[in-house]
Ligand binder design. Sequence first.
Ligand code: OAD
Length: 254
Amino acid sequence: MSPDFRAPAASLARARRVVVLTGAGVSAESGIRTFRDTMEGLWKEFDAQKLATPEAFAADPETVTRWYDWRRLGCLAADPNPGHLALAQMEDWLAASGRDFTLLTQNVDRLHQKAGSRNVVELHGSIIEWRCTRTGQKLIPPEQAFDQFPPHSPFAERALLRPDVVWFGEPLPAAALAAAAHAVDSCDLFISVGTSSQVYPAAGFAELALHQGGEVIEVNPQQTPLTRMATWSLRGPSGEVLPMLLDEARKAHV
Ligand code: OAD
């Protein structure tokens, strides 16, 4: 064990209320592409303004829904990696000693739930669910490609289905935001995993945690705007770092 892990692991071992925020990086080792990485980031190859905004959907619903359906099928085919599994184990371990754990995720892939995480707040919605553009009713489409693009809504005439994700320019779901604010407000440890810390409001949560006296661990192979503020920055892939951190915390917990 690298000595770098001892202090953050001790913080996890003594924490009473833990909040974890995850971003696309936690799913990278499951083969799901991130958004901003220099080589494989989705926003290097695709134009977010043409795909991930309400305006793009209004202008070209066929292209937008084809792109989201392609990503949906990729998420359905993916398996959780050791990073997701370590977070599910962390929740069980903390719960067993009456401690609080909240997992805030910007990811829409549902891999945390597939790994067994229970208290998950989906800040940016989910690509696995779609909703009616007219009534807002949701459904989980079958695990195969839609047979028409854009897909028609079964809930209302002349309405479409759209992915239940948050697009640029749209507000985050109010209930998710309230749950996140509540958890961050009272946490004594905040762990930021695999996010570039560039998209707000999620990017501001670590700072809020620090302001109210919490400690912050960052897990990321790269530096981010959070790195200089974090109490500890653990440089490496989450599939390696999170199992090591949990292991060391378990040893330190008495
Ligand atoms: P980004 O693509 O912006 O950042 C991914 C982060 O993961 C980077 O900081 C990488 O260094 C890091 N990373 C890469 N591989 C990793 C690994 N194996 N382990 C740990 N970290 C790794 O993704 P997000 O920060 O999630 O929003 O992006 C936030 C939001 O912007 C997304 O939810 C999405 C996007 O546009 C919407 O679509 C609204």
